[in-house]
Design a protein around this ligand. Structure first.
Ligand SMILES: Cc1ncc(COP(=O)(O)O)c(C=O)c1O
Length: 390
């Protein structure tokens, strides 16, 4: 069959491709340490799974309203009002199958072909993929190591103009672990107001933060009216396979998102939504425990990477990724990532999987045991020592 041209404009997430290659090596008997995929290795907390089982037995096996069950929308609204210190209601919330549909719907609902969309580079690859798919113009803003991987505000000032419709932010960030500080967010908000553009604030890692308190651009005066917050359950509650996330937005945009849901997925699974209620309402000790464990692993990972000759790594402030600099090896990041998989049995991603400014970096997920992280560091040390660096 001949595919429509828009399909050729869709990008992908390399993590899934590297995972498939790593699995193929495992099928040949190789032992691979997986640092490529961005998902917590913990089980979903037992109270959440129990709530889903109970919901299934109680008959939550039918359609729900497209925007989500009212009780969950209200609970998300309370949670977001409390954590972002803003006032939002259930009418501002749409429940969707994962965080990703919020990216999809935002771009479909707010951006016309030919509009300009600003987004981080390196950044989550789905942003650029969707911008290209609808034939808008992608305008990447570099995140530089020397700037602690924050948005380059000078570059933003040069890039923004009256054709800019949307600015995509992600903090804590995938792949760098960088966090946008309040001062930078204030400047970004001021520019968004001046040029009358909207913000998609991808806050999927908002709870996985190691220093300070999370701050959302939507908390700044006048910004909740022009911001779509993306958050969800995948990372916070180790629920990647359940497929549930949410967006918080002005009411008319929520109505458009609900219509997009009606046209695509109808709704998020009913029993999954009931489990989401338990996740938000029950005690949060499990989340605290997981975040504390991620911090311990981060410290092992970063110290280990910095002990490898030729590698240097900043300490990420959030999410569960390390983004070490491997420029001293003088080879493309993709070549180094391929070499580490083949020769050292460690699956990592090239920084370029997240855009051209990722060249010279690797992304390693530390959502893995300390034992495996230590083993991976030793394998990398040996593998990279054979490569030669400056
Ligand atoms: C920055 C970012 N946004 C959104 C998502 C999508 O999350 P979900 O699995 O809930 O669709 C991810 C997942 O890796 C992510 O890293």
């Amino acid at each position: 069959m001949r595919l429509a041209r828009r399909i050729s404009r869709l990008g992908t997430e390399t993590a899934f491709e590297v995972l498939a290659r790593a699995r193929a090596l495992e099928a040949q008997g190789r032992e691979i340490i997986h640092l490529e995929i961005g998902e917590p290795d913990f089980d979903t907390p037992a109270n959440i799974t129990a709530a889903a089982i109970e919901a299934l037995q109680a008959g939550y096996t039918h359609y729900t309203p497209s925007a989500g069950i009212p009780e969950l929308r209200a609970t998300v609204a309370e949670e977001v009002s409390r954590t972002r210190k803003i006032q939002v209601g259930p009418e501002n919330v749409v429940i969707v199958p994962g965080g990703k549909p919020i990216i999809f719907y935002t771009i479909l609902a707010l951006v016309e072909a030919g509009d300009e969309v600003i987004y981080p580079n390196p950044g989550f690859p789905i942003y650029e993929s969707m911008i290209n798919m609808i034939q808008a113009r992608p305008v990447p803003i570099p995140l530089l190591e020397e700037n602690d991987f924050c948005f380059d505000l000078d570059a933003l000032k040069r890039a923004i103009n009256k054709r800019t419709t949307l600015i995509i932010l992600n903090s804590p960030q995938n792949p760098t672990g960088g966090v946008l500080c309040r001062k930078d967010l204030e400047e970004i908000a001021e520019l968004a107001e001046r040029y009358d553009c909207y913000i998609l604030s991808d806050e999927i890692y908002s709870r996985i933060l190691y220093e300070g308190e999370f701050f959302s651009i939507a908390s700044l005066p006048g910004m909740k009216e022009r911001t779509i917050i993306l958050d969800g359950f995948s990372k916070t509650y180790a629920m990647t396979g359940w497929r549930m996330g949410y967006g918080v937005m002005p009411e008319n945009v929520a109505a458009a998102f609900a219509r997009l849901a009606t046209n695509s997925v109808s709704c998020t699974a009913a029993f999954t939504q009931r489990a989401g209620l338990a996740a938000l309402r029950d005690p949060q000790d499990e989340v605290d425990r997981m975040v504390a464990e991620f911090r311990r692993r981060r410290d092992v990972m970063v110290a280990g990477l910095n002990s490898i000759p030729g590698v240097s790594c900043r300490t990420p402030a959030g999410a569960f990724y390390a983004f070490p600099n491997v420029k001293s090896f003088g080879r493309p990041a993709k070549e180094i990532a391929d070499y580490l998989l083949q020769e050292a049995g460690v699956a990592v991603l090239a920084g370029t999987s997240f855009g051209s400014y990722g060249e010279g970096y690797l992304r390693l997920s530390y959502a893995n045991s300390v034992e495996n992280i230590e083993k991976a560091i030793e394998r990398m040390r040996q593998g990279l020592s054979r490569m030669g660096h400056d």
